[in-house]
Design a protein around this ligand. Structure first.
Ligand code: FES
Length: 108
């Protein structure tokens, strides 16, 4: 069972689980500020669920790539959309500041 290290917690999930759903289920602050209310609920269009991931996850799908190619995200940044990502192994997740999680300071 994969483990996820995030915001000082270690949680487990099934292999292949949707990262957004797992993080929200365990009370992790996936969204910053008003993005907690104003988000696309996992459709892959708003971009506010962006996180940095270290470890084995699914390859970026077209929604993930498309949304992250638009400002304030950048296709060259090391973020992923949690709602479009499946957990495949043990991972570390960092959430950064900014409405879209596009900032440079980690939310801990
Ligand atoms: S929740 Fe909107 S893009 Fe992931």
């Amino acid at each position: 069972m994969p483990t996820i290290s995030v915001q000082g917690k270690t949680i487990t999930c099934d292999r292949g689980a949707n990262l957004r759903k797992v993080l929200l289920k365990h009370g992790i602050d996936l969204y910053n500020g008003n993005a907690k209310i104003i988000n696309c609920m996992g459709i892959g269009t708003c971009g506010t669920c962006a996180v940095e991931i270290e470890g084995e996850v699914s390859a970026p799908n077209w929604k993930d790539k498309a949304r992250r190619s638009l400002p304030p995200h950048s296709p060259t940044s090391n973020r992923r959309l949690a709602c479009q990502t499946q957990v495949l192994g043990n991972i570390k997740v960092k959430k950064y500041d900014g409405f879209w999680g596009q900032g440079s300071s980690v939310i801990s």
